[in-house]
Design a protein around this ligand. Structure first.
Ligand SMILES: *[C@@H]1O[C@H](CO)[C@@H](O)[C@H](O)[C@H]1NC(C)=O
Ligand SMILES: *[C@@H]1O[C@H](CO)[C@@H](O)[C@H](O)[C@H]1NC(C)=O
Length: 286
């Protein structure tokens, strides 16, 4: 009887990815016995799929198809002034959604939420975030200058403020215009108002060919040209910068020395503007 029993039996019931046995398994099942499956945690039943397997006369279990599918989290919907993105193209558990806010709005809360198994169902890992209008606090006040609309308490996203200096004695150094930007911060640091006055740029043996003024303020430019017989050491164009200094430094006009060889002197100025030399070159006599 014992041997015939062991031959005449089904082994452990088949395992399925989406289903588990409703009752504790037994060691043996005799032909004609059946087992009932139910959905695993996080899965829901697909309608009209069989959930019962039978131990048949050939001592094997009738095969079943996966009868359960992953549960779906409810669509959380778009936040006001933003939207939700189904990152994995589905709302089933294990997938994620990402939230984005419209331009000019800032996301408050979690950007990403996961659909996960919660108690005997599924739920989102975090609440839907909010999209709040981006606002900036008033930009900084500056010495010897001001910006327009300075009485406001808050500024809206993309709002622009314009700075100016107290009087024409001051030069505005930096950005005249600041924009209320992402994260509620101003686009740049505010400008500075400074008295900028560069010294008269004296270059011997040269003419000023541009920048004829006598007062040199912020961004004043002067261009020099050396007299014939002189070459420039440095840049022919200089600009008065915020520290009341010429940038690059004031150049010099250096006398062209009669070359001891055929090689011209090595100078920093481009060859094309070198003054013509009248001295004969040894390879072309006469
Ligand atoms: C969902 O998409 C994200 C981003 O592409 C990816 O990192 C993640 O592995 C995906 N999750 C699943 C369950 O496919
Ligand atoms: C050019 O100017 C620099 C800096 O003033 C100086 O060191 C250099 O000797 C000058 N060169 C010539 C050829 O005068």
């Amino acid at each position: 009887v014992l041997t015939s029993f062991s031959l005449d039996a089904c082994g452990a019931p088949t395992r399925y990815e989406t289903m588990k046995l409703r009752d504790p398994p037994k060691d043996h099942y005799t032909p004609g016995e059946s087992v009932v499956y139910q959905c695993r945690l996080g899965y829901r039943i697909k309608p009209s799929f069989a959930m019962t397997a039978v131990c048949n006369d050939s001592n094997s279990w009738t095969p079943l198809q996966e009868a359960c599918a992953k549960k779906l989290c409810s669509n959380p919907g778009d936040p006001v002034n933003g939207r939700v993105i189904q990152t994995n193209g589905t709302l089933e558990f294990g997938s994620q959604v990402d939230y984005v806010c419209d331009e000019g709005y800032r996301l408050i809360g979690e950007k990403t939420s996961y659909c996960y198994i919660y108690e005997d169902s599924v739920a989102w890992s975090s609440e839907r975030p909010e999209c709040n209008r981006i606002m900036c606090a008033p930009p900084p006040n500056i010495e010897n200058g001001q910006y327009r609309n300075s009485e406001k308490e808050v500024y809206e996203y993309n709002e622009v403020v314009h700075y100016s200096c107290r009087s024409a004695d001051y030069s505005l150094i930096g950005n005249e215009r600041l924009i209320c930007s992402t994260n509620g911060e101003w686009s740049t640091e505010p400008p500075k108002c400074k008295v900028v006055k560069c010294p008269f740029p004296r270059v011997d043996n040269a003419d000023r060919i541009a920048g004829f003024g006598t007062k040199f303020v912020y961004k004043s430019k002067v261009v020099f040209q050396c007299h014939e017989g002189f070459v420039m050491n440095g840049s022919d164009t200089i600009t008065c910068e915020g520290d009341s200094l010429w940038v690059p430094p004031v150049p010099q006009c250096v006398k062209v020395s009669t070359p001891p060889s055929t090689k011209p002197p090595i100078l920093s100025h481009p060859v094309s503007t070198l003054p013509k030399t009248t001295s004969p070159v040894s390879s072309h006599p006469g």
